[in-house]
Structures are given as C-alpha cells and as structure tokens.
Design a protein. Structure first.
Length: 324
C-alpha cells in the first residue's frame, strides 16, 4: 500500500511526502501527507467496494452549494482523494454532552436544509461524471423506494458472499411489497450517512457549540432526511453510547432548523430494518480484515437476528392492520 500512495501522489507532483498512516478500515486507508508543500490527507481505496469518486462529488457539491465546512479537495480520482488538512477534525470521537449533541442536530439539519433543492432521490455519481460541481451530482431515480431498493440490492449482492444473501432478499422483497410506506417521506436532501464521531468537528464561541468541519461523505446519498437522521441517532444513542443524553435533545435541535418529514415515526421501524441490514454488510466489509473471524461471526449472528425480529414484527403489524 505504501507503493500505491506513492504512485498516486506522484501522478500529480514530485513535491510530496508520506508522513504517517492515519486510519485503515476496509475499503479505505488514509495517510497524512505533504502535498505540494501543504499538509494534506490522502484517502485510498483498498477494496472494490470503495467509491471515492462518489465521495469527492458529494464533497464538491457541499462546498459549492452550502455553508457546511468541508475540506478543500486538492486531487481526485476514482480510487483516491487528496484533501487539505483541517486542524479542526478530531483524531478520535470526542466525548459528547448536551451542548455537543445539540450542535450535531443543528448541523445535520443545516446540511439537509441547504440541499433540499435537489428534488429527487438517487445515488451519487462519481466526480469524473460531473461537469458542474454546483449541480447536484445525483443519479435520477423515479422515487425513494427505487433508490432504496437499488441500495439494498447492492448490499444483498455483497451479503450473498458471506452467507446472508437469503436474509437480504427477504428484506428487499418486503420493501418492494411496501413501496408506498417509503414514498411518502418528503423531499430529498443530501444525506451524509456517517454524521457522528470523528467525522464532525465541533468548536465553540461565546454563544454556543457549532460545527467547524464535516468529512467522510463515503455513504452520501440523496434521500429523505429521515434516512440520515436515523443513520446518526442509531449509533449515537444506541447500545454502548458514551453519554446519557436522550435522543429527544438531538431531535429538538434538529427540528429547530428543519422539521422531520410527516409520518416519520410511522416509518421509523421499517427504516431501521433497512439500516440494520446495511450495518450487517458494513460489519463484514470493515471488520473482515482486522478482527478475528469468530468475533465477526458472533456480531453477524446478533445483527442478523435483529433483522429477522424486525422483519417479523413489521409483517405482524401489517397483518393486524389488514385483519382490522
């Protein structure tokens, strides 16, 4: 991989230096580098599932179309991104308190409010296919259920290779049979997909805590805001949370900027089902090359059991409504 990072940077300049490896979690590795005399971060693909061209397109659009602070891109390719270093970005997930939780809520809602003109759902196109960075780099899908099904079917293809393909098919089939539940979720916005932890830098002034930088748009997608809301609150407020702030605080802060779509609470469990399936795929992709196989298998069984339980509960709810 050292050869890869040298080859990548040498494509642009002979004025570079590899300082240190920062983070290695499949499908990426990141390095601190010196690039044309500047401190920078180089992110490289290490697996075919990486989509750095799409991440770069999302970052460019956010930089051009919103007030959300993101790193300046210095070099972009389908398998690499070089961005100017931001001192504000934390090395690890910071401790959370109520003020920081509220800042996260307002920050996520601001990203959504300032990208609400997108007008359609879809996956992000790679930067190489985008001519105008001020235009939404989004592949057009007829409706949210189409985008969601495309996303879940991609997860199903990956899970086929690790023994959970049939479970993924059950979820995809259920979503396809219940399209109308998802398609009433309101306008599409740019969803970050990982708006928590070390991906969001926070600072403070005399008034309050605020967002100073947002990085890692690798899971960006155009979708109803509730998708991104849940992708944030599930890890931030789920088991193992490092704080005792209730989700209510985050939601209040979010809705002080932008209300969640009508009917969100009715759709919540169905969306959590879809997200849990996505997390099952991420577990195998991200943990598969660094954790013992038995540990990955144990976590996989727990996640798969959660998917089955949620799917059974949703089916039961629908049967009860039908019988009534």
């Amino acid at each position: 991989m050292q050869d890869d990072v040298h080859d990548t940077l040498a494509t642009y300049t002979d004025q570079y230096e590899i300082v240190r490896e920062l983070h290695r979690v499949r499908p990426h590795v990141t390095y601190e580098v010196r690039f044309r005399g500047e401190r920078a971060v180089c992110k490289l693909a290490t697996h075919p599932e990486a989509e750095l061209g799409r991440e770069a397109a999302a970052m460019r659009y956010v930089a051009e179309a919103t007030s959300v602070p993101v790193p300046e891109l210095l070099a972009v390719g389908d398998d690499h991104v070089v961005a100017r270093w931001l001192d504000a970005v934390p090395d690890e997930s910071p401790a959370r308190d109520e003020a920081r939780i509220r800042a996260l809520g307002r920050g996520l809602a601001t990203l959504h409010a300032e990208t609400s003109e997108i007008g359609w759902t879809g996956l992000v196109r790679p930067a190489s296919a985008v001519d105008d960075p001020t235009e939404p780099p989004i592949e057009t899908e007829p409706c949210w259920s189409d985008t969601l099904l495309a996303l879940l079917d991609d997860r199903r293809r990956f899970l086929d290779g690790v023994g959970y393909g049939e479970l993924a098919r059950e979820v995809v089939d259920w979503v396809r049979a219940n399209r109308e539940l998802f398609d009433g979720a309101g306008d599409a916005v740019l969803c970050h997909g990982n708006y928590f932890g070390e991906h969001v830098a926070l600072g403070s002034d005399a008034e309050r805590v605020h967002v100073t930088a947002v990085i890692d748009f690798e899971h960006a997608i155009a979708a109803p805001a509730e998708w991104d809301y849940l992708r944030t609150v599930l890890p931030v407020f789920g088991p193992g949370a490092d704080h005792d702030v209730p989700e209510r605080v985050f939601r209040e802060a979010y809705e002080s900027v932008r209300p969640l779509p009508t009917g969100f609470d009715r759709r919540r469990e169905a969306l959590v089902l879809c997200l849990t399936l996505c997390y099952l795929r991420s577990l195998h992709l991200q943990r598969g090359d660094r954790d013992p196989a038995h540990a990955v298998a144990r976590r996989s069984r727990r996640l798969a059991a959660s998917v089955r339980e949620r799917l059974a509960a949703l089916r039961d709810q629908k049967h009860r409504r039908t019988d009534a």
